[in-house]
Structure formats: structure tokens, C-alpha cells
Design a protein around this ligand. Structure first.
Ligand code: SF4
Length: 381
């Protein structure tokens, strides 16, 4: 089982999308993304927009290879939309890929009218491939009955959790549960998971002391879940604020087992771009009207893309790979012979999954024109 997390707040955008490669299936859970329309009165910074664009592209590519797609619920950061805003994934972009997959989906019950409409739009388009999956078991897949989106009775509805098991390894995707409902935590523990990917509590909404009960309950539930899970990955709502990042660091120290964010699991530096939105605006100012121009296709993001990466490195928010200054991949990129994709995906975020990095650390020979994914490019010399 190979698990790749594609979108999450620690990777730079809202969502909890991941792909799970099994022996005979490629499963994609929650193909969706959003950037948080407004935080502290600010729209997404153009650098966030550039990172979100890359993540959208990755989800599209993964969908092209998927055999099965799971929709845990129908919030705009978890599924493609008929009417996306400029930063979300559009249904038109991915409907051909979706129509080739088996679809395992949450039903209509206990959902807002907006979520029901989105569900109906997807189900109408994919009716031949559509399975209402709540409570179902099929091969390596098992789905929960609806569980609360946060606390029981939360007005944001219910979500469906998934368990995927193969060759003795068990992965659980627990989207948007926020670690607030004890019964949901017990259900995940009963599934005896090796790895859980779950949403943490939305501390950025808990400014009033009246939320102390939710804070205490999420902390206790996280520790209990960690006791029953080899690797617990907590991300999403939690990591939209500096306070959430600190909360997770304290939890890592308090827990008996391994607790990570999505970026830790993917063995790279985190990009907490929503939590850093204020600073991004200070460090890389944006003229008024930029978002309207972007929506109307009258401006582009390239300038903010390079400036954003530069300030994250210069302010120490991310640490590039130790080999970066002498690596030929940097040289090719600086000379304009290689797409920036490679340094942004690997070098600038210290990605330890880089094949060059691993070979370097092991002292094994690798040619200069080998890319971080291990493939060689003959046009690089
Ligand atoms: S290509 Fe790999 S080894 Fe070279 S700087 Fe980038 S991450 Fe490090």
C-alpha cells in the first residue's frame, strides 16, 4: 500500500485528498481543494494561488490513473464542483477521469441543501459508476455510516469515513471529524488502523473561552486515538492557524505513538500558507483589484510564485535541501533549462523522497541529468 497525501493545509491548500495504491487498484479519496476565501479580511495571497494551482494539477493527474474514487462528503474542499471559484477544482476538468472510475460516495441524508445539490450533480453525471457506500464493504474497502462533521449535531452535517486494508496494512481516512466526537474515535480504534489521516480541531474558530470543552475533548480524543494507531496524521482545520501548529507540536511530544502532519508524512517541509497569509501580504504586497483581474484572466501568478518561494527561504520558514546549493538540478533551473516544478516540489521543501537525495546520502553514483523522481532527461547536460 502506497499512500500519497495530495492536498492538506500543511501542503499549502485546504483539503484532505490522498491516493492509495494497492496491488490492483488506485484509490483517490476526496479529490477537491480550496484556499479559504477570506482570512483576517484577506483573500488568498497570489503565492497561495500558485501552490493551489500545482495541487489541482496533481489531483487531475492522479485521477487520470485512479480506478476508484471516494467522496467522504460534499464540501468544496473535498469534491470537484460544477460552479468552482477560481481556486477550486472544477467538475468539467475531471469528469472524463471520474467517469472511468468506480465511485464510492456518501449519501444525501443529514446534509445541507448545498451539499445535497453537489451530490446530485455528481451522481447525475456518474450514475452508472455510482455506489452509495455508507456502511458498505467491498473487497479491500469498508465505509462507515455517517459520523458527525465535528461535534454530534454540527450544522455542517455528517461525513463518511473509509477503511482500506491490504496485506495486513490498514489505512483509515477520517475527513473533517475534528477529533471532537468520542463515538467516532472509538469506531476508528475498532478498525485497528496502522495509519489514520484525520482532520484536527478548528482552533482558529475557538477564540472565546467558551470553547474550552471542545479544546479539552479534542486533546483527549487525539491522545486516545494515538494510543491505538501506529501513525496518526492530523491536519486540515487544525493547521489554519499558528495556534493549531503549536497545538500539534505539543501533542507530538505528549503522545506515545507517532503523530505527524501531512507534510511530515510526505517527508518534506510544511507550507502553512493559510496560517501565514498575513505575513505573505506583508512580505510580498499585492495591488488592489488583483483577484478580480486574476478571475478575469487579465493577470498571472508567475511573479508571486518566484517571490513567494524566495521570501519563505529568506525568512527561514522553509529550509531547502542540504545539497541544494551544489545540486545540478538548481543549476539547470537557474539556467532556464528545467521547469521550476522540480525545485518547488523537492529541493526548496527538502523532500526526502527525492531519489537523488537518497542516493547522495547513501554515497551511490547518480548522473547529473537524473531528476528527483529517478528518471533521466537527455536534454540536460
Ligand atoms: S534534487 Fe534532490 S538532492 Fe538535489 S537539491 Fe533537490 S532535493 Fe536535494
Amino acid at each position: 500500500m502506497i499512500i500519497k497525501i495530495l492536498s492538506a493545509e500543511s501542503l499549502g491548500a485546504r483539503g484532505l485528498s490522498c491516493s492509495i495504491m494497492l496491488k490492483e487498484r488506485n484509490i483517490l479519496i476526496d479529490p477537491g481543494i480550496a484556499l479559504g476565501w477570506s482570512r483576517h479580511g484577506l483573500l488568498p495571497h497570489p503565492f497561495q494561488v500558485s501552490v493551489g494551482t500545482e495541487i489541482r494539477q496533481t489531483i487531475r493527474e492522479e485521477l487520470g490513473n485512479a480506478t476508484d474514487v471516494i467522496f467522504s462528503h460534499y464540501h468544496g474542499d473535498h469534491c470537484p464542483l460544477q460552479d468552482p471559484n477560481p481556486y477550486q477544482l472544477g467538475l468539467d476538468d475531471v469528469k472524463d477521469s471520474l467517469s472511468r472510475c468506480r465511485i464510492w460516495a456518501r449519501g444525501r441524508g443529514n446534509a445541507s441543501p448545498t451539499q445535497q445539490r453537489r451530490r446530485d450533480e455528481l451522481a447525475g453525471l456518474l450514475e452508472n459508476r455510482w455506489h452509495e457506500a455508507e456502511g458498505l464493504r467491498q473487497g479491500p474497502l469498508e465505509f462507515s455510516l455517517p459520523v458527525p462533521h465535528g461535534q454530534l449535531g454540527d450544522e455542517r452535517g455528517m461525513v463518511m469515513m473509509s477503511r482500506i486494508k491490504e496485506d495486513g496494512a490498514t489505512f483509515v481516512h477520517a475527513s473533517d471529524i475534528q477529533l471532537l466526537d468520542k463515538t467516532t474515535i472509538a469506531l476508528i480504534s475498532d478498525w485497528k488502523p496502522d495509519i489514520v489521516l484525520a482532520s484536527g480541531p478548528p482552533l482558529y474558530h475557538y477564540s472565546s473561552p467558551s470553547f474550552q470543552i471542545q479544546r479539552d475533548s479534542a486533546w483527549k480524543n487525539a491522545l486516545e486515538l494515538s494510543d491505538n494507531t501506529g501513525t496518526l496524521i492530523i491536519d486540515h482545520h487544525l493547521l489554519r492557524s499558528e495556534e493549531g501548529i503549536e497545538w500539534l507540536n505539543k501533542l507530538k511530544n505528549a503522545a506515545a505513538n507517532r503523530i505527524l502532519c501531512a507534510a511530515d508524512f510526505m517527508e518534506r517541509e510544511p507550507l502553512f500558507l493559510e496560517a501565514w497569509r498575513n505575513e505573505l501580504y506583508e512580505l510580498v504586497p499585492v495591488p488592489g483589484g488583483w483577484h478580480d483581474d486574476y478571475r478575469d484572466g487579465k493577470t498571472e501568478i508567475e511573479r508571486y510564485r518566484t517571490a513567494g518561494w524566495r521570501v519563505l527561504v529568506s525568512t527561514g520558514k522553509i529550509k531547502p535541501c542540504t545539497w541544494y546549493t551544489c545540486c545540478p538540478i538548481k543549476r539547470y533551473t537557474d539556467a532556464g533549462n528545467l521547469e521550476r516544478y522540480w525545485i518547488e516540489r523537492y529541493c526548496l521543501v527538502s523532500n526526502r523522497r527525492c531519489v537523488r537525495y537518497r542516493m547522495e546520502e547513501e554515497g551511490r553514483y547518480h548522473p547529473d541529468n537524473m531528476l528527483p523522481d529517478g528518471k533521466t532527461r537527455e536534454d540536460l547536460f
